[in-house]
Design a protein around this ligand. Structure first.
Ligand SMILES: NC(=O)c1ccc[n+]([C@@H]2O[C@H](COP(=O)([O-])OP(=O)(O)OC[C@H]3O[C@@H](n4cnc5c(N)ncnc54)[C@H](OP(=O)(O)O)[C@@H]3O)[C@@H](O)[C@H]2O)c1
Length: 304
């Protein structure tokens, strides 16, 4: 009999990839989705052969019925406190009520257990949820993956393609962890199907410093990239406070200052991932930063 895994947040980027990776590994997938979700948004999940169940996460008994018989609930929900703390707690309680033995919370980040609380809003929400998770009679496994390497292609203000610079704060040689969303999803699917996972798993498709990123960008584009010191971590902290006051972005999961908090915590070094669990499952291929930048370059030049 195939394993049955629940993926919450399967209409999203990472959740959809996890659902696909689970189906590729022969698992049955149940995807609870918000009632009223447009049919075209569900079509990719239906095409995968996932069982889509419209149910409000606050409907505890309906949710528990939908997920009964699963061996693991994987959360790829995204949002602020109402989602990461409250909706995930509803999902967690339904998993416990339905007798599901394992839960993967929506963490997929740098290792915030090694950072003090109060310095990164989104990571604090995940920390708060962990407090509830540790209280429940269910085994939990977090997947830490560093930053999504996909963000290096532009959305993360680290590689400045037009200026041919790679920004750094304090230390151009401090290595940081990057994993693509696809590789994170493949590993998470393996972990969801593995009954003997520890509390924390750590993966990094690539780890490189600002200086190494500049060398990769130079090799890929043929243009000379150099590192540019943006300032000290203390200065970045002060800038975050200003950005947060000027453009608070209330209700937004990812305002500019939140991205700056992630950058500060990556350049801080304490949240680096070690030891790595990359080799835990055979057959996984890790995408390097070079592959991400090469795909960007090919798209820019109009090649597939
Ligand atoms: N390490 C990194 O660099 C990095 C980068 C990006 C994301 N992540 C992490 O990856 C995880 C998933 O992020 P993502 O980018 O895949 O998110 P996403 O694309 O925004 O998808 C979020 C999912 O959560 C669902 N959702 C949100 N609120 C809900 C609610 N109240 N009830 C039911 N469903 C709800 C959404 O449903 P609807 O479709 O109905 O809205 C969607 O399926 C998060 O933990 C995020 O922090 C990490």
């Amino acid at each position: 009999m195939s394993a049955l895994v629940v993926v919450a947040g399967a209409t999203g980027n990472l959740g959809g990839r996890i659902a696909r990776a689970l189906r590729e590994r022969g698992a049955d997938v149940v995807a609870p989705v918000r009632p009223g979700t447009a049919r075209e948004r569900l079509a990719p999940l239906c095409a995968l052969g996932a069982t889509v169940v419209p149910v409000d996460l606050r409907d505890g008994s309906g949710l528990a019925r939908a997920i009964a018989g699963a061996s693991c609930v994987v959360s790829a929900l995204n949002g602020l406190g109402d989602v990461i703390v409250e909706a995930q707690t509803a999902l967690l309680d339904a998993a416990v009520a339905a007798g599901v033995p394992r839960f993967v919370p929506s963490d997929y980040s740098i290792d915030f257990t090694r950072l003090p609380p109060g310095r990164n809003r989104n990571l604090d929400l995940r920390r708060e949820f962990h407090g509830r998770l540790e209280d429940r009679a269910i085994a939990a496994t977090t997947v830490f993956c560093g930053a999504f390497a996909d963000l290096l292609a532009g959305r993360m203000p680290l590689v400045l393609f037009k200026r041919r610079r790679v920004l750094y704060w304090s230390d151009a040689d401090l290595r940081m962890d990057f994993t693509t969303a696809a590789d994170t999803a493949a590993f998470t699917a393996c972990a969801a199907l593995d009954p003997s996972t520890p509390r924390f798993l750590r993966i990094a498709g690539d780890r490189l410093s600002a200086r190494e990123l500049a060398a990769v960008a130079t090799g890929v584009t043929g243009e000379s990239f150099r590192v540019l010191r943006a300032g000290s971590l203390g200065m970045l902290g002060a800038l975050i406070a200003v950005a947060r006051a000027v453009a608070p972005g209330r209700g937004e999961p990812f305002p500019a200052w939140q991205g700056m908090q992630y950058l500060r915590d990556m350049f801080d070094g304490r949240a680096r991932l070690a030891p790595l669990d990359n080799d835990r499952y055979p057959g996984l291929r890790w995408t390097r930063a070079r592959d991400v930048l090469m795909a960007r370059e090919a798209a820019r030049r109009g090649r597939p």
